[in-house]
Design a protein. Structure first.
Length: 106
């Protein structure tokens, strides 16, 4: 019941000409994912197991000095307002700790 959400990561871009003849760079993969419903700001993973009044757990992974984007902050606030537990983790140990704490809620 735990899965990753493919919102992050870099997408390769290719040069194309727009209608005015100007060169722009687009990501065919990014365009396809957006058409499938991928949204900026959605957390990296989701545990769809309810615990102690929460509907599930969204986890956002950050590394080093990386911080939340405005879209990520907004998503986490909305998720909390709708009854989901959220966490931002900076290490594997912190990730494991958040999962264990969440699953041990009675």
């Amino acid at each position: 019941m735990f899965y990753a959400i493919p919102n992050g990561g870099s997408r390769s871009k290719k040069a194309v000409k727009d209608k005015s003849g100007k060169t722009i760079y687009v990501s065919p993969e990014g365009k396809r994912l957006k058409a499938e419903g991928v949204k900026a700001g959605v957390s990296d993973t989701f545990l769809s197991v309810p615990r102690k009044g929460f509907h599930g757990l969204y986890i956002e992974f950050k590394w080093g000095r990386n911080t939340l984007s405005q879209e990520q902050e907004a998503f986490l606030e909305i998720a909390k307002a709708f009854g989901y537990h959220t966490a931002v983790v900076y290490s594997f140990d912190q990730f494991v700790s958040e999962i264990e704490k969440y699953l041990n809620y009675d």
